[in-house]
Design a protein around this ligand. Structure first.
Ligand SMILES: *[C@@H]1O[C@H](CO)[C@@H](O)[C@H](O)[C@H]1NC(C)=O
Ligand SMILES: *[C@@H]1O[C@H](CO)[C@@H](O)[C@H](O)[C@H]1NC(C)=O
Ligand SMILES: *[C@@H]1O[C@H](CO)[C@@H](O)[C@H](O)[C@H]1NC(C)=O
Length: 492
C-alpha cells in the first residue's frame, strides 16, 4: 500500500457526501486541537509584525525574479531563511469579500496543484481561504488532513502578504456548515480568472461562504495574468512545505542515497489501481487480466469499462511495464550501477514482474529497503504521506523517470525545472512501444533500437521550453505545473 501517484485518482472519487460525514467528527477534534495553536500564532504574528516593516519582494518583482536559490529545496537544505522572509511580510490589507472553502479531490499531487490554484483564486477575489480539506475518499482512503502533510502554519504565514488564510471559519459563521446551509458547487474546469471574477465573486458576496466540492484543473493553464502564474509558483515552491516529520524522514532517505552515489528515481506507475482503471494488461497473465477487469467493473466511478489493452498501449496511453522500462533505461545508456529508487506503491505482480528490472539494474532500492520498518510504521497506512516522501526523493534525484504522465510525474517535472532544470526524462510512450515491439520481435537490432530511443528523447529531458498552448482545447495543452515557464530562471 502507499503509492504516490494519487494523481489519477479523480477517477477514484466517491460521491462527496460520504467523505464529508466521516470527516465532520474528526473536524471537531481538529478544531479543539487547533484553537490553542491559532491563539498562540496570532500572538506571535502580532509581535513580529510590529518589529518588521521591511517587505521582501522576492515574488512580486520582475518576471525572472524567482531564482531557485530563494526558495527551499525540499529535502536538501534548510528552509529557515525563506520562512523568516515570509513570516516577516506584513499582512495584506483588503476588503474581505467573503470566505472560500475547498475540498480537494484526487491524489496528493493533484491536490497540491489545486491548492496553488485555489490560493490564486482567493487572492484575486479578495476573499479569505479556509485551509483546504484533503480527499479522504479516493482510492486508498488516506485519512490525512492538510496539517498531517503540509506545515499549515508556514502555509498561512508565508502567504499573509497576499491572501488571508484561516484554519477554520470564524465562529459566527461556523453554524452554517454544521446546519449544512453553505452554498456548495464544483467550479467549471479550466476556467480563466474572469469566470471567478464574474460568476463566483457575486455568489460569495451573496452567500458570504462558497464551498468548492472539486478542485482539480479548475483554473486554466494559460491566458492568465502573470501575477497569477507567479502566485501559483510561489505557493507550490515556497508556501507548501511538508511537515517536519516528513521532511526529516525524506532527508534521511536522500542522505542514505547520496552516500551510495548517484541515484535515479523511477516513478514506476505499475500499481494495481492504475492497471485496473486504465485497462492496460500487457505482460499480465490471463488470471491477472481478469482480476484487473473485475476490479474495474466493481468500481462505479471508473466509468470506462470496455477497454482494448492492445490499442490503448499502441496509442501510448498505458504505463510502461517494468520489463519495458528496463529495456528503455538500458537503451538510454543509463549506467547499470546507478541506484534506482522505486517511487511507487506495491508493484502489480511483485517480484516476478520486477525481475527484468532488477537484473538490468541490481542497485534497486525503495524506501522500505532504506529505512527500518519502525521508521515507516506511522506512514504505512497513509498513502499521501508515503507519496510526500517519494516526492522529496524524486526532487532530489539526479535523474527522474516517470513511466506514466500522471500528476506526480508532471508536478515533480515542473518542480525539478524550477530547481535548475534537473534531468527529467519524459518518455514518449507511443514511440517507445513501437520500437520495443520491433526490437522484441527481432526486426530491430539493439544498436538501432538504442539510437532511435535516444534520438526520440533528446528534447525530452526537462530543459527550458515554453508550454504548448492550444486555445479552445484546454485538455490537450501542456500542464502549467509541469512547466511553469513564467517562474523559471531562464526568462522568456
Ligand atoms: C481587491 O482589492 C484590491 C485592493 O487591495 C482592489 O484593487 C481590487 O479591485 C479588489 N478586487 C476585488 C475583486 O474585490
Ligand atoms: C494498517 O492497516 C492495516 C489494515 O487496515 C492494519 O492491519 C495495520 O495494523 C495498520 N498499521 C498501522 C501501523 O496502523
Ligand atoms: C514486429 O513488430 C512491429 C511493430 O509492432 C511490426 O510492425 C512488425 O510487423 C513485426 N514484425 C514481425 C516480423 O513480426
Amino acid at each position: 500500500m502507499g503509492s504516490e501517484s494519487r494523481g489519477e485518482r479523480h477517477h477514484g472519487l466517491k460521491p462527496y457526501a460520504e467523505g464529508k460525514v466521516k470527516c465532520r467528527s474528526k473536524f471537531k477534534v481538529w478544531m479543539i486541537r487547533m484553537t490553542t495553536t491559532v491563539l498562540l500564532w496570532t500572538c506571535v504574528l502580532q509581535l513580529t509584525a510590529l518589529g518588521h516593516t521591511w517587505v521582501p519582494r522576492v515574488w512580486n518583482g520582475r518576471p525572472s525574479c524567482s531564482s531557485p536559490s530563494d526558495v527551499p529545496i525540499q529535502g536538501q537544505q534548510s528552509t529557515s531563511a525563506i520562512v523568516k522572509k515570509f513570516v516577516h511580510s506584513p499582512k495584506r490589507i483588503y476588503n474581505n469579500n467573503g470566505y472560500l472553502m475547498v475540498s480537494c479531490n484526487g491524489g496528493l499531487n493533484q491536490m497540491r496543484a489545486a491548492i496553488c490554484d485555489m490560493v490564486a483564486v482567493a487572492r484575486y477575489l479578495n476573499v479569505t481561504l479556509i485551509v483546504p480539506e484533503l480527499d479522504k475518499s479516493s482510492f486508498w482512503s488516506d485519512p490525512s488532513e492538510f496539517q498531517d502533510i503540509f506545515d499549515v502554519d508556514h502555509f498561512i504565514t508565508s502567504l499573509r502578504d497576499e491572501v488571508w488564510i484561516l484554519k477554520e471559519l470564524p465562529p459566527r459563521l461556523k453554524w452554517r456548515v454544521e446546519k449544512g446551509s453553505v452554498y456548495t458547487m464544483p467550479p467549471v474546469s479550466w476556467s480563466d480568472i474572469s469566470y471567478y471574477e464574474n460568476q463566483i465573486l457575486s455568489l460569495i458576496k451573496k452567500h458570504k461562504i462558497v464551498h468548492f466540492t472539486k478542485t482539480d484543473t479548475r483554473l486554466a493553464n494559460n491566458a492568465l495574468p502573470l501575477e497569477i502564474q507567479k502566485l501559483r509558483c510561489r505557493v507550490n515552491f515556497a508556501a507548501l512545505k511538508f511537515t517536519s516529520q516528513i521532511e526529516e524522514l525524506g532527508r534521511r532517505v536522500i542522505r542514505i542515497l547520496h552516500q551510495n552515489g548517484p541515484f535515479l528515481v523511477l516513478h514506476l506507475r505499475y500499481e494495481m489501481d492504475m492497471l485496473a482503471f486504465s485497462g492496460c494488461t500487457h505482460g499480465c497473465t490471463n488470471e491477472e487480466a481478469e482480476e484487473l477487469t473485475r476490479m474495474r467493473y466493481a468500481y462505479p466511478w471508473w466509468k470506462e469499462k470496455v477497454i482494448d489493452s492492445v490499442v490503448k498501449r499502441k496509442d501510448g496511453l498505458c504505463p510502461l511495464t517494468p520489463e519495458e522500462t528496463a529495456l528503455v533505461l538500458r537503451a538510454l545508456d543509463i549506467d547499470h550501477r546507478i541506484q534506482v529508487y522505486i517511487a511507487a506503491g506495491e508493484i502489480y505482480g511483485g517480484e516476478r514482474r520486477m525481475r527484468a528490472l532488477s537484473e538490468a539494474f541490481p542497485n534497486l532500492v525503495r524506501k522500505e529497503t532504506l529505512l527500518g520498518s519502525s521508521d515507516l510504521q506511522y506512514f504505512q497506512n497513509h498513502s499521501s504521506q508515503m507519496a510526500a516522501l517519494d516526492y522529496m526523493v524524486s526532487l532530489a534525484s539526479d535523474i527522474f523517470v516517470p513511466t506514466y504522465d500522471g500528476n506526480m510525474a508532471k508536478v515533480v517535472e515542473g518542480h525539478r525545472r524550477f530547481l535548475g532544470f534537473k534531468k527529467t526524462i519524459t518518455l514518449d510512450r507511443k514511440v517507445l512501444v513501437d520500437l520495443i515491439d520491433q526490437y522484441t520481435n527481432g526486426t530491430l537490432a539493439w544498436e538501432d533500437f538504442s539510437s532511435s530511443i535516444k534520438a526520440a528523447h533528446a528534447t525530452r529531458l526537462g530543459r527550458p521550453a515554453r508550454r504548448v498552448t492550444i486555445p479552445d482545447r484546454p485538455k490537450e495543452e501542456d500542464y502549467f505545473y509541469a512547466n511553469p515557464h513564467e517562474c523559471l530562471r531562464e526568462a522568456w
